[in-house]
Design a protein around this ligand. Structure first.
Ligand SMILES: NC(=O)c1ccc[n+]([C@@H]2O[C@H](COP(=O)([O-])OP(=O)(O)OC[C@H]3O[C@@H](n4cnc5c(N)ncnc54)[C@H](O)[C@@H]3O)[C@@H](O)[C@H]2O)c1
Length: 461
């Protein structure tokens, strides 16, 4: 299809976990839009152009292949594509700021602001700018101020369209989302810009699932959604600690409370804790905003969600050390899983990073196995390489180990031959199930000393 046959040019700045899959889905569902994704990272763009995609996400390659070269393109030429774009999604990273005011809490907006300035410098015509990145509430206002300082007579309408996909299920989340949220200024122009974005999604999502609202509510909803999700995990994890003391079983408690339709069963799996690039960062952001407005009690309430997560990770490592007779120096310990959750290679903020660091501090020899995350794990652990080994085969990873710790709930780890694993381990052999995915009684009967989360341990001594 030649350029003239496309009804609109969409550009996305940032070809990461959000920009790549989201734009691939839009392109696949809307053949009349030309969708281009740009990134400053040339290697990443090259990977998107080939079949060795830079991220692992089930079903993603098929969607990319459907549209790539037809109406989906990947490029490093940001300037040229800003010029020709009608709609620009900005999907750059917004990590926690690690310096200056708000360090460790607020979002680092340097990548975000740079894109605003790039757009401002290069643009020659009116554009709709879509906040796809997760941003502190009222960031759109700052974006609009920067953009409206152009003096070129160009109009920019800033719209907030936060992304709710979850890694590991990104494609089904994008194809069939619970809702899509589009916020804009409540002006004639604002509403028109918002409708242009709604029209894109309406190509495959029914209109009753596309929610529109003012821009501040849209921005805040994303932070609050992540805070609520993380809060459920911290809530059940806090109860897991109590279960371990009282011999109650957290799985049974979760099931009993989750059957209450007001509570629901999702996000009630006790575990080693949440990870991923978003939960911690977005809650910290919420905390920072609350503090900024003097809402100290509200800030403290949400900060505790993070504190319980850290407590849970710490408890897990302490349990390992304590169970193994308070010394793990020179002991081989196999970690099954390094990704922050199953079905992704993403290791950002993965509890496994913390666990490995703590075990290495105790001079253990840590062997990591993961079906998709070893490349990222190597990067994460480059400062403690002498204590760490990587092994693609879980059986080899566990060979000669004193303990296996399950840190990611990959299906693969549920179906391994644990009898074979046990036979090749040092004795007594320990299994710490940080995701509660195994049949603990069966594992105990094989001979392991088993330490689940939120249930009493099963020990042979
Ligand atoms: N990962 C998720 O599951 C998820 C879900 C919902 C929302 N979000 C939010 O979406 C945003 C992006 O997250 P991500 O996980 O895709 O991050 P990412 O780090 O995977 O991708 C961001 C990309 O932006 C690129 N980039 C940065 N500055 C640029 C610039 N000036 N020009 C061009 N490219 C630039 C980076 O090179 C990187 O490839 C964040 O705000 C995040 O909070 C993430």
């Amino acid at each position: 299809m030649s350029n003239e046959n496309f009804i609109k040019n969409i550009l996305c700045i940032g070809a990461g976990y959000v920009g790549g899959p989201t734009m691939a889905m839009i392109a696949a569902k809307c053949p009349r839009y030309k969708v281009t994704v740009v990134d400053v990272n040339a290697e990443k763009i090259k990977a998107w152009q080939a079949d060795n995609l830079p991220i692992y996400e089930p079903g993603l390659l098929d969607v990319v292949k459907k549209a790539r070269g037809r109406n989906l393109f990947f490029s490093t030429d940001t300037e040229a594509h800003i010029k020709s774009a009608d709609i620009i999604f900005v999907s750059v990273n917004t990590p926690t700021k690690m310096y200056g005011a708000g360090a460790g809490k607020t979002a680092d907006l340097q990548f975000w602001e740079k894109t605003a300035r790039d757009i401002l410098r290069v643009a020659e015509s009116d554009k709709i700018i879509v906040e796809k990145s997760t941003l502190p509430v009222r960031t759109a206002e700052a974006m609009e101020r920067i953009l409206s300082s152009n003096g070129k007579g160009i109009r920019f309408d800033v719209v907030s369209n936060p992304e709710f996909l979850a890694e590991g299920t990104a494609i089904s989340d994008l194809e069939n989302p619970d809702r899509v949220l589009v916020g804009s200024k409540e002006t004639e122009r604002g509403r028109r810009a918002r409708e242009s974005i709604v029209e894109i999604y309406a190509n495959w999502i029914s209109r009753d699932r596309i929610i529109t609202c003012d821009i501040w509510s849209a921005e805040l909803s994303k932070l609050v959604a992540n805070a609520f999700l993380a809060q459920r995990i911290s809530s059940i994890n806090s109860i897991s600690a109590l279960c371990e003391k009282t011999e109650a079983d957290v799985k049974k408690v979760a099931h009993a409370i989750g059957m209450d339709s007001r509570i629901g069963l999702k996000f009630l799996n006790a575990s080693i804790g949440f990870g991923g690039s978003c939960f911690r960062k977005d809650i910290l952001n919420l905390v920072y905003i609350c503090e900024y407005y003097g809402l100290h009690e509200v800030a403290e309430y949400w900060e505790n969600v993070i504190k319980i997560n850290e407590y849970q990770e710490g408890r897990f490592v302490q349990k390992m050390i304590h169970a193994m007779f308070n010394t793990i120096a020179n002991k081989r310990i196999a970690l099954f899983g390094f990704a922050f959750k199953a079905n992704t290679g993403d290791t950002r903020e993965s509890p496994a990073i913390y666990v490995t660091q703590k075990l290495a501090e105790e001079r253990a020899h840590v062997v990591i196995t993961d079906p998709k995350a070893i490349r990222n794990a190597e990067q994460d652990l480059k400062d403690i390489r002498e204590y760490v080994e990587f092994e693609t085969d879980p059986y080899k990873a566990a060979q000669g180990a004193h303990a296996v710790a399950i840190l990611t709930e990959w299906d693969l780890f549920k179906t391994l031959d644990y009898k074979k694993i046990y036979e090749n381990m040092e004795k007594p052999a320990f299994l710490f199930d940080g995701r509660n995915i195994l049949d603990h009684r069966r594992i105990f009967d094989i001979g392991f000393n088993v330490y689940p989360i939120g249930k009493p341990p099963l020990m042979h001594f």
